[in-house]
Ligand binder design. Structure first.
Ligand SMILES: CC(C)(COP(=O)(O)OP(=O)(O)OC[C@H]1O[C@@H](n2cnc3c(N)ncnc32)[C@H](O)[C@@H]1OP(=O)(O)O)[C@@H](O)C(=O)NCCC(=O)NCCS
Length: 171
């Protein structure tokens, strides 16, 4: 499949197509993932595919060609050169795909999209994801306390970011 946006030897990110949305939803709604990422409808994903302000990628393993996850970026084209690393969800965990994705997203945003500030939020009960981001150079900025209302109560989110000069120093 073409439409590759960025790749390395292990994975490639390509633009999600409407035919991929069912697979994306299966990953998003998996019990291991749904607590940690926003849950969208099929239509909202389609809207994202078509939006100029959002980038929606599937992550494919180079060898098998299988979709192993998906990624969403938002605020594309912001006048402030800010991009939100909105979502990453990996189906086959612990195989290094998540780290490969974070590295490719940093490269894409800072080297191709002229990003100055790349930021994300992560639920405070997701230390694994936070550790991955921090080990890739994201800086913890603070906590939005009890900012999201869920059936089981209010949940807090940590904010992390990386600036372009920080990326240049560590790349
Ligand atoms: C968070 C997530 C994207 C990481 O992707 P992944 O492919 O599993 O991560 P990787 O295999 O690249 O591992 C990255 C790091 O996580 C840690 N890690 C991996 N598996 C782990 C486990 N079972 N328990 C604790 N930490 C673990 C390791 O520190 C690893 O670092 P290393 O490369 O030094 O070993 C993935 O687990 C996921 O989709 N989780 C559910 C959705 C989610 O939380 N998304 C992020 C929302 S902000």
């Amino acid at each position: 499949m073409s439409n590759t946006v960025i790749e390395n030897e292990i994975i490639r990110l390509r633009n999600t197509t409407p035919q991929d949305i069912d697979r994306v939803l299966t990953i998003e709604r998996d019990k291991e993932n749904r607590r940690y990422v926003y849950n969208w409808s099929w239509e909202r994903h389609l809207e994202s595919l078509r939006s100029k302000e959002e980038e929606h990628f599937v992550v494919e393993d180079q060898k098998s060609g299988k979709i192993v996850g998906y990624i969403i970026l938002s605020s594309i084209g912001s006048p402030h050169d800010v991009i939100e690393f909105d979502r990453i969800t990996i189906d086959e965990k612990g195989k290094g795909y998540g780290r490969q994705c974070v590295q490719l997203i940093k490269k894409l945003c800072f080297e191709n999209y002229g990003c100055h500030r790349l930021w994300l939020d992560v639920f405070d009960d997701n230390p694994k994801a936070r550790a991955l981001y921090e080990s890739e150079g994201f800086v913890f900025e603070g906590t939005l306390r009890e900012c999201k209302k869920y059936e089981d109560g209010y949940r807090s989110m940590h904010i992390l970011s990386m600036l372009s000069h920080e990326y240049k120093k560590i790349k």
